[in-house]
Design a protein around this ligand. Structure first.
Ligand code: NAD
Length: 482
């Protein structure tokens, strides 16, 4: 078992409490590593290091293009180490190796993408009157905190850290307690670049102490939080006490709206893919299938066949569906299944745990399709975070839109139709941060702003839009005559 350390002020440290936490392999319950349990003291040290590094002449005089080169260098290092990073992500999160490789490539792409913007963050000149030169500059916000969930650790760490560092901030990252391994490996790779010490700090710890300390710290300038609605609201409340802005990337209950005129083979592929990716433990999972009544029976038959043929197993064997992260998450899914039974829902396939010989310590769940779910049921409203698809028929376009908007979430919507006018009409009426027409996820979407409507959060990550999180606008007016 490996004993790992945290990364603060350019050094590997054991943490001040001498307490540790175990990182578990979801595939079999084995212990993968022992990591320090970060405390308030470690958070203080990390924030202080970031502040000092941010204000240092070295970082202030780092030329934008040099920041870009550094960030680009990280993309190269990630690719050089892609096999190890993917292996670590699979061991830590449980996801199939192919999906972990896709996540590692996405992480490299975030660094590559943001590297290019380093020296293109422009201001404006604003016409006022003769004798006054008015202009704006975008400056870094200062010390940014990044609180990361367990389901896509390398991607989510990379997307916000790359954008924050390239814009000149100093960062403190708190990975999820369950899955800290790839964040620590990223720190190791950063350590090989010319990044000044203190610009990147990684503190491992539980959410309720290390995470809570970080979000209530008075000396941070911005928080990017990705996780559940419950925790997001706590983070926001803590940040509000210090008037610190937050970007909240929260959960979803995203629909795929399938109209009878669509390319059904294509829709079928993505309806299944979008709910089984990472065993359904994905914020943007397509967890609701809204299907036009006239094709419901034939389409659903195919969905059920596809779902029941999927291979479930340990991520290292590269199946279609890996284990659920933990017993806690597994039990949560089982509670929803009990509710399904109680509410008389039709379980068309799956609905139960799967035993994988030789991996008895892991928690595996069968791909599941639920029909006749009441639209007001928690099954229709809440994020299950498992490979569970709920089906809702509709007869008219208006009904489809109503169903799509009928949850508190609004992260992603998939629309499947060959009718271009209808596609645009529906896209304009659904309340979600992203709409995909005849595709879902569009291959990663590094460049596309991503974030939620309603309880799915606010602020946007990814794309150029994310740069707003990590910069603040200064207006300067110079009177030179008159
Ligand atoms: P979570 O809210 O339990 O934890 C997220 C992070 O917050 C972890 O690092 C955790 O340690 C920390 N945390 C917990 N309590 C805290 C507190 N009181 N103060 C500060 N930090 C605290 O979420 P999770 O279970 O790790 O992740 C799953 C959730 O994340 C799902 O709801 C999913 O939809 C969402 N998610 C959203 C996106 C997105 O981009 N919108 C991406 C991935 C996951």
């Amino acid at each position: 078992m490996e004993k790992l350390q945290m990364y603060i002020n350019g050094s590997w440290v054991s943490g001040s409490s001498n307490e540790s936490m175990l990182v578990i392999n979801p595939a079999n319950g084995d212990v993968l590593a022992e990591v320090p349990r970060g405390s308030e003291k470690d958070i203080n040290l990390a924030v202080q290091s970031a502040r000092t590094a941010f204000e240092s002449d070295e970082w202030q005089q780092f030329k934008p293009y040099e920041r870009g080169k550094l960030i680009y260098n990280m993309a190269e290092k990630i690719r050089e180490n892609k096999d190890e990073l993917a292996r670590l992500e699979t061991l830590d999160v449980g996801k199939p190796l192919t999906q972990a490789h896709a996540d590692v490539e996405a992480a490299a792409r975030y660094f590559e993408y943001y590297a290019g913007v380093a020296d293109k963050i422009l201001g404006e000149t604003i016409p006022i009157e003769y004798g006054i030169l008015d202009y704006t500059v975008r400056e870094p916000v200062g010390v940014t905190a990044h609180i990361i969930p367990w389901n896509y650790p390398i991607q989510i760490t990379s997307r916000s850290v790359a954008a924050a560092i390239v814009t000149g901030n100093a960062v403190v990252v708190k990975p999820a307690e369950d899955t800290p391994l790839t964040a620590l490996k990223l720190a190791e790779l950063f350590d090989e670049t010319s990044l000044p010490k203190g610009i990147l700090n990684i503190v491992i710890g539980y959410g309720y102490d290390a995470g809570a300390y970080l979000s209530s710290h008075p000396d941070i300038d911005h928080i990017t939080f990705t996780g559940s609605v419950d925790t997001g609201t706590k983070v926001m409340a803590a940040a509000a006490k210090n008037a610190v802005p937050v970007t909240l990337e929260l959960g979803g209950k995203s629909p795929n709206i399938v109209f009878a005129d669509c390319d059904q083979d294509l829709a079928l592929t993505w309806v299944v893919k979008s709910i089984i990716q990472n065993a359904g433990q994905t914020c943007s999972a397509g967890s609701r299938l809204l299907i036009e009544e006239e094709i419901k029976e034939q389409f659903l038959d195919k969905v059920v066949i596809r779902m029941s043929e999927l291979k479930v197993g340990p991520g290292m064997d590269d199946p279609d569906i890996g284990p659920i992260l933990s017993k806690k998450q597994f039990d949560r899914i089982c509670t929803f299944m009990k509710l399904a039974e109680k509410e008389g829902v039709s379980i068309l396939t799956g609905g139960k745990g799967v035993a994988i010989p030789g991996h008895e310590g892991g928690y595996y769940f069968s791909p599941t399709v639920l029909d006749h779910v009441d639209v007001t049921s928690e099954l229709a409203q809440e994020e299950l975070f498992g490979p569970v698809l709920s089906v809702f028929p509709f007869q008219t376009e208006q009904e489809a839109i109503q169903l799509a908007n009928n949850t508190n979430y609004g992260l992603v919507t998939g629309v499947w139709t060959k009718d271009v006018s209808r596609a645009h009409r529906v896209a304009s009426k659904v309340r979600s941060g992203q709409v995909f027409i005849n595709n879902y996820g569009a291959g990663g979407g590094i460049q596309m702003p991503f974030g939620g409507y309603k309880k799915s959060g606010f602020g946007r990550e990814k794309g150029l839009e994310a740069l707003r999180n990590y910069t603040q606008l200064k207006n300067i007016a110079l009177k030179y005559d008159g």
